[in-house]
Design a protein around this ligand. Structure first.
Ligand code: ASP
Length: 336
C-alpha cells in the first residue's frame, strides 16, 4: 500500500511567530518522524507540501484546485491519499474535493489538528495516524474527514468547535467510522450521481447571506448589488424568511428573475429545508429559490462554485443544486 500525503498548511504544521501561529519551514522534516512510524503499519508514504503553505482561512477555489492537481499527479502511484489541512475551512475543502474527485477510485482522507505537531498534548499525531489508518483500510470511499477519533463524510462535515479535539460533526448523517480497538465501521453511504471529467475550479461570484430578525429589503438589495451568480441563503428553521417584511421576498424574486440562483439552507445545526412547510418558506419557493435539503451551507457554497466552474447557469444550475453529486444531500424521494 502506498499513501500520498498532501500538506497544505494549517495549525498542524504551524510554529509560533511574533504575529501568532504561521506555517513553519521544513515541512518534510516536520512530519518525518510521525510518517516514518506510520510506514511500519500502512506501507510506504510520500509527502508533497503545497506552495505557499496557507492558513486555511486564506483558502480559495484556486487552492482547492491546487490540492486536486496534486492528488491527480500522485494518482499513478498512490493507493490512497491523506490531505493535511487547516480546520477553519476544512469542511469547504472536503466538499469541494468530493465533487471534483467522483472519478477517482481511491479514498482521500482530510485531517488537521487544534494544536501544532510537537506541542505537548497535541492532537496532531493521533489525527495523522487515524487518517492514514482510514486511508489504508480499504473501507473508506470518496472524500472523508478524520478528526478526534471519528471518520466523517467530508461533504457532510461542519466545524463545530474552535477548541475541542472533536472539532467536527456531521449533523445530518452518522459517522462513517469510529477509531478504536478495533475500528467500528458503519455501512457505506449513498455516493451520488458523480461528475465525469470536471473542469478546474475558478473563483465565482457566490455570496452567503445569513438572515437575522430585522433585516430590511433595502439592506438585502444592497447585499445583492451587483447581482451575484448564486446566493446561499442561510434561512431560519426549515427554510423560512421574514416574509412579512415589506419588499424582502420581492428582492429575492427580482434577483432570481435576472439570473441569480438562490439556494436555501438552514441556520440549524440539524437543518432540513422544506420550503412548502410554512407560508414564509413557500414564498421563497414561489419566487424560484431552490431548497438545499439537508446540505450544509459549506457544502452548498462549494457546490455552487463547482457548478459555476463547470459553466452551468440558471435552471440547470438550480436543478443540480438539488441533486446529489457526491452524497452531499439526501435527494431520495421522501428523503430530507
Ligand atoms: N487557522 C487555522 C487554519 O485553518 C486553524 C487550524 O488549522 O486549526 O489553517
Amino acid at each position: 500500500m502506498h499513501i500520498h500525503v498532501t500538506y497544505t498548511g494549517g495549525t498542524i504544521g504551524m510554529v509560533d511567530s511574533p504575529r501568532g501561529l504561521v506555517p513553519g519551514a521544513d515541512p518534510q522534516g516536520r512530519f518525518d518522524t510521525v510518517l516514518k512510524e506510520a510506514e511500519q503499519r500502512v506501507g510506504s508514504i510520500s509527502l508533497t507540501a503545497l506552495s505557499p503553505l496557507i492558513d486555511s482561512s486564506d483558502a480559495t477555489p484556486e487552492s482547492w484546485q491546487r490540492i486536486i492537481d496534486d492528488l491527480r499527479a500522485g494518482a499513478s502511484d498512490a493507493d490512497a491519499f491523506v490531505v493535511l489541512h487547516g480546520t477553519d475551512t476544512m469542511a469547504h475543502t472536503c466538499a469541494a474535493l468530493s465533487y471534483a474527485l467522483t472519478g477517482l477510485d481511491r479514498p482521500v482522507v482530510v485531517t488537521g489538528s487544534q494544536l501544532p505537531l510537537g506541542v505537548v498534548g497535541s492532537d496532531a499525531a493521533p489525527n495523522i495516524a487515524g487518517a492514514l489508518h482510514a486511508a489504508a483500510s480499504r473501507r473508506a470511499q470518496g472524500v472523508s474527514l478524520f478528526f478526534g477519533h471519528r471518520l466523517l463524510a467530508g461533504n457532510r462535515a461542519v466545524k463545530a468547535s474552535s477548541w475541542a479535539f472533536d472539532a467536527f460533526d456531521s449533523p445530518a448523517v452518522a459517522p462513517l467510522a469510529r477509531a478504536g480497538a478495533p475500528w467500528r465501521w458503519a455501512p457505506a453511504p449513498p455516493r451520488g450521481a458523480g461528475w465525469p471529467d470536471p473542469r478546474p475550479y475558478t473563483r465565482q461570484d457566490v455570496v452567503v447571506i445569513d438572515l437575522a430578525p430585522g433585516i430590511t429589503a433595502a439592506r438585502l438589495e444592497a447585499m445583492l448589488t451587483p447581482r451575484p451568480d448564486a446566493v446561499i441563503l442561510r434561512a431560519f428553521g426549515v427554510g423560512n424568511i421574514p416574509d412579512g417584511e415589506p419588499g424582502l421576498t420581492d428582492v429575492l424574486a427580482g434577483a432570481i428573475g435576472t439570473g441569480t440562483t438562490v439556494v436555501v439552507t438552514s441556520q440549524c445545526h440539524h437543518g432540513e429545508v422544506r420550503l412548502g412547510r410554512y407560508a414564509s418558506g413557500d414564498a421563497l419557493a414561489r419566487a424560484g429559490a431552490v431548497g438545499g435539503a439537508d446540505m450544509t451551507p459549506e457544502a452548498a457554497y462549494a457546490k455552487a462554485v463547482f457548478l459555476l466552474s463547470q459553466g452551468l447557469r440558471g435552471a440547470e444550475l438550480a436543478a443540480w443544486m438539488g441533486r446529489s453529486i457526491a452524497g452531499e444531500l439526501d435527494d431520495r424521494p421522501g428523503g430530507a
